[in-house]
Design a protein around this ligand. Structure first.
Ligand SMILES: [Zn+2]
Length: 370
């Protein structure tokens, strides 16, 4: 019994006695992905964790849904200290949401749909707190980004900062510009494959001269030499291939899509679309479905960021100090990520000026760099 209880303490979710603020039903917090930043952090704070199998997950998408009234809440805002709730108003919002067209369209992605519903509820319950709705919409945008990026190779794009993200992207772009196989080991393999081809041609050239006759001693010697050369080169090539670990080689159709996914995370829609186009042009039908899937998810992300941005901006303009820097940075980054550099600049400048020594201001300055 003691062992079982201890196992529960270690493995179970912490049992927080939380109740639905609308009808008092007990709420069960969803399982959270591991809290680490093993797969990097995006400029707007979207954290990508690695689970024990090495799979990537986006952190911060968890909200809690009430099984009886379908209300959706941020676990951080429940319990002690929560503001009183206008129950009638909330119930009307939930009825309108379940009647309306929204929600079902994106139902295949649970987190995204739930976060959007939580945002709608926050707007109804706390209309004077735009940051709450804005942050929920931003997290819904992260769910859409995850949909665009997960399910494909990340090519080692796991940045811990904006500077590191730029360095990783420059490296991948350079590799793409050189045709995708500038890895020294891959270069060596390519040159040895050329050697095998040359040795095969030598052998064929000797063989087509015909079977050596009684006077063909020199020809037999040439043939033996050519065969020995081919066998030797092929043996070295096989040994080299065994020594090289798979991660040094990108999949044949992967580099353009790796770059498109990385630019989607960095937040440059023009670069992302350039590589999606390149993938389609170069690999055609083999990547068409994946290109379409990424485009669709990015369109959903763009729509959510466009809705989050004015809310974060309004909240930032009303805030002071570090909060002001954080909210204006997020508003400016949302504008940048939707391709609106003109709107992004003054917001990022205001974030950098609001609290110059804060990490938010540092991020804003980095995003302002060309
Ligand atoms: Zn409820």
């Amino acid at each position: 019994m003691v062992g079982a209880a201890l196992a529960c303490l270690v493995w179970a979710e912490p049992a927080q006695a939380q109740a639905c603020p609308l009808d008092g039903s007990p709420l069960t917090a969803p399982a959270r992905p591991p809290w680490n930043a093993g797969a990097g952090v995006d400029s707007d704070g979207c954290v990508w964790s690695l689970d024990p199998t090495g799979a990537r997950r986006v952190v911060g998408l968890d909200v809690v849904e009430c099984g009886s009234c379908r209300g959706v809440f941020d676990p951080a805002e429940l319990g002690a200290g929560a503001e009183p709730v206008d129950v009638e108003r909330a119930r009307a919002v939930l009825r309108a949401l379940s009647d309306g067209k929204g929600g079902a369209r994106r139902g295949e992605d649970g987190a995204l749909e739930l976060l959007e519903r939580a945002a709608a509820l926050a707007r109804a319950l706390a209309p004077r707190d735009p940051a709450r709705e804005g942050m929920l919409l931003l997290r819904a945008a992260w769910a859409a980004r995850a949909r665009a990026v997960l399910g494909g190779d990340d090519g080692g794009y796991r940045p811990r900062s904006i500077g590191e993200a730029r360095a990783l992207l420059a490296k991948a772009e350079g590799r793409a510009a050189r045709g995708g196989d500038d890895d020294p080991a891959l270069e060596l393999i390519a040159s040895m494959e050329r050697g095998v081809e040359a040795a095969r041609r030598d052998l064929e050239a000797v063989e087509v001269l015909g079977a050596p006759g009684p006077d063909g001693v020199g020809l037999r010697w040439d043939l033996a030499q050519a065969r020995a050369r081919l066998v030797g080169v092929e043996r070295d090539l096989a040994a080299l291939r065994r020594r090289i670990s798979p991660p040094t080689a990108l999949p044949a159709v992967g580099l353009e899509l790796v770059l498109a996914r990385a630019w989607a995370r960095f937040g440059d829609p023009a670069a992302r679309d350039r590589w999606l186009l390149a993938a389609g042009v170069r690999h055609g039908a083999r990547v068409a479905a994946e290109v379409e899937r990424i485009r669709d998810a990015c369109a959903v992300e763009r729509d959510l960021l466009a809705r989050a941005r004015p809310l974060l901006e309004a909240a930032g303009q009303a805030a002071r100090g570090e909060d002001r820097a954080r909210l204006l940075l997020l508003a400016g980054d949302a504008a940048r990520r939707t391709g609106d550099a003109t709107a992004a600049r003054p917001l990022l400048e205001a974030a950098a000026a609001a609290d110059p020594t804060s990490p938010w201001a540092g991020r804003a300055r980095l995003l302002l760099e060309p």
